[in-house]
Design a protein around this ligand. Structure first.
Ligand code: FES
Length: 164
């Protein structure tokens, strides 16, 4: 399995995306979604390229749109996006020990959100609307209810083994 974050922009692939969107500026969101689907974030070179290739757009416009919408990430993300809820219910029921267990397990360096191998990105989010299941962790859209440090360690072990 591919463990590394793709860092070089494949302009041919971007051209294909632009073609599939008829080079229309009204399809900018769809273009950015497709680019993000490839890279798991929006590389700066890709945004600049789109801004230069599509009539009526500029790199600054593309960058402005990309930063406006929360769905877009301008930083590389890991293959697994781990969201730890630290809303009130989750916090009270022990989200922080779970968070610390995750950091330790994936060996996340201080001040970083993504592991060196590009496998995991860790985010702290506010209420996910599942307070009855607190504390909640979501990994790539899959919800893990009533997490404990031990339970999340087992889940991460399983993911790591799958990647070996
Ligand atoms: S506080 Fe965590 S789901 Fe609501």
């Amino acid at each position: 399995m591919d463990k590394t974050i793709t860092s070089e922009v494949d302009f041919k692939a971007i051209d294909e995306i632009l073609k599939s969107c008829d080079y229309k500026k009204s399809h900018l969101i769809a273009m950015l979604q497709k680019v993000q689907a490839i890279y798991r974030y929006l590389p700066e070179e890709a945004m600049t390229y789109i801004g230069e290739k599509v009539d009526g757009l500029s790199p600054a416009t593309v960058f402005g749109v990309a930063t406006f919408y929360a769905q877009f990430s301008l930083e590389p993300k890991g293959k697994y996006e781990i969201k730890v809820c630290d809303g009130t219910a989750c916090h009270v029921r022990g989200s922080l020990p779970v968070l610390n267990a995750i950091k330790e397990k994936i060996k996340l360096e201080d001040g970083k959100f993504t592991t060196k191998d590009g496998l995991f990105t860790l985010e702290i989010v506010s209420c996910l609307g599942a307070c009855g299941l607190a504390p909640v962790v979501v990994i790539n859209e899959k919800v893990y209810p009533q997490m404990t440090p031990d339970a999340i360690s087992v889940i991460l072990d399983t993911l790591m083994k799958e990647e070996q």
